[in-house]
Design a protein. Structure first.
Ligand code: GCU
Length: 129
């Protein structure tokens, strides 16, 4: 396949963050609470049988009143800078933001990295389709 699938945040490689389940509405067994610092990230490793364009959906919650921007890095290339993750009313309310990505044949990495001292939103999962 072309990397299509659902990839939980709690199964990603996490740098400066923790898996938690103290809010509702997540899929899988929990979500990732990234540290409230710039540079905290989750990184997924995705296999794709072919080089292909796809859509990346990131499901997140942001229970604050402030944006929690992140950069999105695919295979080491920053494809989105300061991508907006606007408030979702509370930490139990999840929404999805989508962007186009390009996968290569073989192993791909997708990293969502916090860009401000507030850190990122809570991350539930990504879906590639
Ligand atoms: C609260 C919330 C966490 C969230 C954090 C944040 O502590 O319970 O789930 O990650 O705020 O501001 O990032």
């Amino acid at each position: 396949s072309g990397g299509s699938g659902v990839y939980q945040a709690e199964e990603a490689r996490i740098s400066q963050g923790v898996v938690e389940n103290n809010h509702t509405g997540y899929s899988g067994t929990g979500f990732v609470n990234l540290a409230n610092i710039a540079g905290s990230y989750a990184e997924w490793t995705i296999q794709s049988g072919t080089a292909v364009g796809a859509t990346l959906d990131l499901r997140y919650a942001n229970g604050t009143t402030m944006d929690r921007p992140m950069d999105i890095i695919v295979n080491g290339t920053r494809i989105a800078t300061g991508r907006s993750f606007p408030p979702t009313a509370n930490w139990d309310t999840w929404t999805t933001t989508s962007l186009p990505i390009t996968l290569k044949a073989g192993t791909n990495t997708i990293r969502a990295i916090s860009t401000t001292g507030d850190g990122g939103p809570n991350l539930d999962k990504i879906t590639i389709h």
